[in-house]
Write a protein that binds this ligand. Structure first.
Ligand SMILES: NC(=O)c1ccc[n+]([C@@H]2O[C@H](COP(=O)([O-])OP(=O)(O)OC[C@H]3O[C@@H](n4cnc5c(N)ncnc54)[C@H](OP(=O)(O)O)[C@@H]3O)[C@@H](O)[C@H]2O)c1
Length: 326
């Protein structure tokens, strides 16, 4: 029996279509499970242990994670730089969710010297979950590497805060988790790490460290009962994003933390919520690397950043004048 070339091509084409349809169906099912069904079908996080530690826990995504973890029945260790803000958040959690809290004051820009005190603060606690959330931006807006204010100081601070904090905090809690055979480490990366992001060069580079570190750690310790999840959000309404208005693209911090915690155990790398997952797919398709890295787009983004800065300054001036008049 002889088979013609056109018949072979038809079979290969048919198999390719079936393969892609199966892959699409699998991805849709994963998305449905991770972001829709997880609302009612998610893990009981208390199984990891009594306490959760959250870095950068006094506002934004960190505070939202701390509150959501307390709502789900965990006691929370809050780590941040302002003692006053820590006490306010701790009282809020104790009052609202009836969970125990513990606070540790530490400035992550100070580098390795802060970790012995943090280790002391964590001693004796059964830490089931660590959320490495603390992070800062290099500049207020899209800017070239040397155009940020005081780059000499900022480079070290950013690396200490966004990079060093993640393995150092992990080192403090991981040995006990391994002894107990269970633990969850959530590391907050960013959409800025999905692909290289000019005009956010240092920030983007610190976040890809978080992504790679999380993925490797997950592979190394999964067999010992430790889950490491990397969360890479798009825009969330926080101080870092100048409290940008919430809409279908921008999530509130509490809504984001709620959805992201539902994905624990379902995904070791996630955008955190459905809206951000869809934006992530769209971004990779619509903005390929050659366009993202082009002089054309870099100049457009710089121009946009200038316009936004001028508008923001004008609004701040208006606000100041309005307050004076009142
Ligand atoms: N917001 C977004 O759209 C977005 C998107 C992608 C990724 N992320 C990542 O999500 C994480 C949280 O961001 P966010 O938007 O929630 O930021 P945020 O609103 O600025 O909050 C940051 C938190 O970290 C604390 N913090 C800042 N610098 C610190 C330091 N040097 N030492 C100790 N604590 C410090 C802050 O304390 P104070 O209250 O004292 O300032 C605050 O509690 C970051 O890693 C960020 O890169 C955010």
């Amino acid at each position: 029996m002889s088979v013609s070339i056109s018949e072979v091509l038809t079979i290969v084409g048919g198999l390719t279509v079936v393969f892609h349809l199966l892959r699409l169906t699998w991805r849709c099912w994963r998305g449905l499970r991770e972001f829709v069904l997880a609302e009612v079908w998610h893990m009981d996080l208390r199984t990891y242990g009594q306490w959760a530690v959250v870095t950068g826990a006094t506002s934004g995504i960190g505070k939202a994670y701390a509150c959501e973890l307390a709502r789900r029945g965990l006691d929370v260790v809050l780590v941040s730089r302002s003692d006053h803000k820590l006490r306010i958040v701790a009282e809020e959690i104790e009052h609202q969710y009836g969970r125990k809290t513990c606070t540790i004051t530490a400035d992550f820009t100070h580098g390795h010297s802060i970790y012995p005190a943090i280790a002391e603060g964590l001693q004796g606690l059964e830490i089931g979950i660590l959320v490495n959330n603390v992070g800062m931006a290099y500049s207020d807006h899209f800017a070239c590497f040397l155009d940020a204010p005081d780059p000499e100081r900022k480079i070290t601070e950013l690396i200490n805060c966004n990079i060093l904090s993640v393995p150092q905090m992990t080192r403090l809690v991981l040995p006990d988790m391994i002894k107990r055979g269970k633990g969850l480490i959530i590391n907050i990366s960013s959409v800025a790490a999905i692909q290289p992001q000019p005009l956010l060069s240092l920030y983007s580079a610190t976040k890809i460290f978080v992504t790679y570190f999380s993925q490797c750690l997950n592979a190394e310790y999964k067999g010992k009962g430790i889950n490491v999840q990397c969360v890479a959000p798009f825009m969330v309404c926080t101080n870092m994003t100048k409290n940008i208005k919430v809409n279908c693209f921008v999530r509130s911090a509490s809504g984001f933390a709620h959805e992201a915690l539902n994905t624990v155990g379902l995904s070791s790398y996630t955008s955190g919520c459905l809206s951000h997952a869809l934006q992530s797919v769209a971004l990779t398709v619509l903005l390929p690397d050659w366009l993202r890295m082009s002089q054309f787009l870099v100049r457009k983004l710089q121009r946009l950043a200038e316009v936004i800065t001028v508008k923001r300054r004008a609004m701040e001036e208006e606000e100041k004048l309005r307050k004076k008049e009142e």
